[in-house]
Design a protein around this ligand. Structure first.
Ligand code: NAG
Ligand code: NAG
Length: 498
């Protein structure tokens, strides 16, 4: 049986063809073009995870993909390790070759592929020696390095209850933005052909998953399924159909980053974390010298755009590097980016900045930190719960009295998150005396999204007790408890008769 011509391409062409995936951007330089500034006091890097498997494998001989769906592949590990090696080559002796907690801090999304990317990268950053050696026979160049998993920071789209993230994604997921609708229309033959031959839904995200399959079949020199190797769709040959599906790669993720509501929701908290870290290092109050983050396409690309980097796509294991120096008054920052080239080698080079920032940068790319902060501040945020629209006090759809609702305090369906105490139990626990038989007691949870002081809490209860017929109020018991991740959360139980 005849093989598709592209499977016979020489290695160089296969490697180059990988960059067709990021065809809208100039290719990265073949080598790192920047050196660390001698006065740098903080380096941050953020990265998209390395190469991963598709969500659903095409039906073809499986010589690859054993890690499972969406998991980091050996190519992805090599890309991330290459990133780590290049970060170390860039920073040199800026931090110790052994991991020291006071010098370095790392964050990952909860996704396996991001955690494994970070672990692989850190294997390239740190090379234990001397006191840090612990198993020179088997693991001479590796030692564990800790990191924090932080989804609001690095994977907001999967944070439970973040309704504004779901809302921002909705028109993208449903292909209902005008350009996506038009793309679906224009791509109908390709989508229908995919449906007919592979069985998946004729959507942009299915086509993007075909692209992910192609990228990995190329990396692993695997045999394409017949419908891609010898397309029966009129107007296409093996090479043009491959390219056509590759053009869908990461389409929705890229679209999120170019769609303001989605971009801000994905990257705003991370952008804030970056600015805060830079400011605290600039003032000499932060001791950390290296901060690294591992995340996803849409989140990493979004934060890069929020930071003023001109970018519309991001390949696996690519991202940004930021340097801060405070030898000058005011302190200055420099934005760089990094890319795999295309697997084991990695390159770091100056980022292409928006005009508002490039006009404030010198020829080496350094700009005042205040300029970056000013550019980022309209879109960054720290209070992610309210940005998400997480409302601990939302009104239940029915059954409770809406007259209890006011802006500060509302009658709530937060009973689930309250201590699981029954009314009588609570009465007993708190030692409340009341003159009525317990059968007349009803429990209503009242809570506030912001911590209330005791006196506020008392007065809120008071004003609320005015909202229910005062004769029916038996007692109101302010309570407070802790919420994740921080802050206290106050509320009251109001007991009133039927
Ligand atoms: C795919 O083939 C090329 C060229 O022969 C080779 O360099 C590369 O290592 C192969 N990739 C894998 C994952 O085996
Ligand atoms: C600059 O940063 C270093 C290291 O964080 C710190 O020791 C120093 O005090 C800072 N200098 C100024 C002028 O803030």
């Amino acid at each position: 049986m005849a093989r598709a011509p592209l499977l016979l391409l020489p290695p160089l062409l296969i490697a180059n063809s990988f960059f067709l995936v990021i065809a809208n951007e100039p290719p990265p330089p073949s080598q790192t073009t920047v050196t660390i500034d001698p006065n740098t006091v903080l380096v941050l890097f953020g990265t998209r995870h390395g190469n991963r498997n598709p969500e659903k494998f095409v039906d073809s001989p499986k010589s690859w993909g054993q890690e499972g769906e969406l998991e980091l592949t050996s190519i992805g590990k090599r890309q991330a390790y290459g990133l780590g090696k290049e970060i170390r080559s860039f920073i040199g002796s800026f931090i110790n070759g052994n991991y020291l907690p006071a010098q370095a801090k790392f964050y990952s999304s909860s996704a396996n592929r991001c955690q494994m990317t970070l672990q692989s990268a850190l294997a390239g950053v740190f090379d234990p020696s001397d006191w840090a050696d612990w198993n020179t026979d088997q693991l001479d160049h590796w030692s564990p390095v800790p990191y924090s998993i932080d989804d609001p920071l690095l994977r907001m789209y999967s944070v439970k209850g973040c309704v504004n993230s779901d809302k921002a994604w909705d028109p993208i997921s449903k292909d209902s933005l005008p350009d996506l609708r038009e793309l679906v229309e224009r791509s109908k033959p390709l989508l229908d052909y995919m449906k007919e031959r592979d069985g998946r839904d004729p959507t942009i995200s299915s086509a993007a998953d075909i692209a992910d399959n192609i990228i990995n079949m190329d990396f692993y020199n695997a045999t394409y399924p017949e419908w891609l190797a010898n397309p029966s769709l009129s107007g296409y040959n093996p090479s043009t159909i491959r390219r056509a599906y590759l053009s869908f790669a990461e389409n929705h993720m890229n679209r999120c980053a170019s769609y303001k509501p989605c971009r801000d929701m994905m990257g705003g908290l991370w952008a804030n974390h970056i600015i805060n870290s830079l400011e605290s290092a600039a003032s000499g109050s932060g001791k950390t010298k290296l901060i690294g983050y591992a995340s996803h396409t849409e989140v990493t690309l979004s934060v890069m755009i929020l930071l003023g980097i001109q970018k519309s796509e991001l390949t696996t294991s690519a991202g940004f590097v930021i340097e801060l120096r405070n030898s000058t008054v005011p302190p200055h920052v420099r934005l760089l980016q990094h890319d795999p080239n295309p697997i084991d080698d990695h390159v770091i080079y100056p980022a292409h900045l928006v005009p508002e920032l490039s006009s404030k940068s010198d020829s080496d790319g350094w700009m005042p930190l205040s300029a970056l902060k000013e550019y980022v501040s309209p879109t960054s945020f720290s209070d992610w719960e309210s940005q998400c629209g997480i409302n601990h006090c939302s009104l239940p759809s029915s059954s409770q009295s809406s007259s209890l609702h006011n802006s500060a305090v509302s009658s709530s369906n937060c009973l689930d998150s309250l201590p699981p105490l029954e009314c009588t139990e609570l009465m007993d626990t708190l030692g409340c005396d009341h003159p009525h038989p317990q059968s007349y007691c009803r429990k209503t949870c009242l809570c506030s999204n912001s911590p209330l002081s005791q006196s506020q809490s008392d007065s809120q209860s008071l004003s609320l007790s005015q909202l229910v017929p005062s004769s029916s109020v038996i007692s109101s018991v302010p309570i407070s408890y802790q919420t994740f991740p921080e802050g206290s959360y106050s509320g009251s139980y109001i007991f009133y008769g039927k």
